[in-house]
Design a protein around this ligand. Sequence first.
Ligand code: ZN
Length: 443
Amino acid sequence: MNVDLSRLEEIEVAVSALREGMDSSRRHSFPPSAVSFEENQITLGFDRMRELLAVALSQVPFYEDTRRQLTAPVFTLNDFPVINKSVLREYLASLLTRDPLTTKLPSQEISICTTSGSTGQATAVIRDWQARRADWDLFEMLLDDIGISGVGDTIHLGLRQLGMPLLLPADIGSQGIWWNMPLFQPDNRESRTFYQALHDFSRPSVFYGNSKLFDLADLADEQGWSFDSEAVIWSYETLTKAGRERLTKCFKGQVRNIYGLAETGLIAFECACGSLHFRPDLAVVELLDSDGATIDNEGVIGELVVTVLTSTTMPLIRYRTGDLASWVLNCPCGRISRAVSQLIGRENVRLLTRDGRKFTPYFVLSTLSEAGLTNFQLIQRSLDRIDVVYPRSVSLPAFFWQNVEDKLLEHTMNMALVPCPGDDFHYAESGKRNAAVQLLAIT
Ligand SMILES: [Zn+2]
């Protein structure tokens, strides 16, 4: 399959024009990552939380019952109910803040974000410009922590956003160009053209995205391309240890996680010690067990429940994320903001063994990736098999599958993994590719 040379020239012209027009005054000065800086963020976070809860009680119809049930004039986060995705779907209109005088919706710029629907039905949330700005703030802070020099391009292979141009002058972190790369499709001529252009005309400093980075790594191997970036920012999906090593080998830069959902925006980032720190001025995080009780101890796994502090247009208070993690109480990096371990899976994505037992797929994902398969997806359509989809070009060592099944059986995981090289990956509408997808009628 060849690339389209006329399109390649067109992209080259666009890249040169953008570089010439770049304004070096765009460069931001980064805030220092000191403890006093975090203390200020914590203070700001408390102020924002007080305002958010007050607005919710007085201007958001959904919280009328909560207000009526308050027994004291002082209220805390614990007075508010824990909500989940189905509450968002059912009560979207009554979760919006109303103007206190007219009871109409506030007149300001808002946008509707849709969650990927990769784990169930898609859900809409309303976000305003402050919430979007917070995403960039967190991204910049992470780049600053890594020590990015700010001269290269940012390559975004994340979720597709409607109407996003391929090339943009970067407004954050670097003076380069922001490349919004479309999904790579190995047999598609135009797709190959875009990726050839990325290689020929870009100076990548940051790679940002999800499992599509593995597709690019495979393509780089196939074409003999080498990259020398400063950072790889991973988001939206589970990343195994072996997957992380694969990214470092291909792209060279430090691999760090950034965490957020479409509903919450970006709210946490991974420090150099591997913990995921929630920025205290952006979100309040709780960890709840399966009975809804608060977990305070280190090492106990629970579900992340977050309150987003950056927007009062549609307050998101005590929202169940479905992500599982455990507290890290004293992170060696010295930050005082709340931190959790790496996410270990999603509460609502469970695969089933042949005898119908549910389990989180993380152990299977890490077993496969440690055995040498990094770009793959588990798809379960029936109880008696779990398809392992990966690119046809990947060659696996002899006895690979036998070794993997033996290892799973040692952990009493009785399942038939069926190799499906070259099958289509399963993508949500947004372009998100979850590492494991369960398509059974049972949940
Ligand atoms: Zn840390």
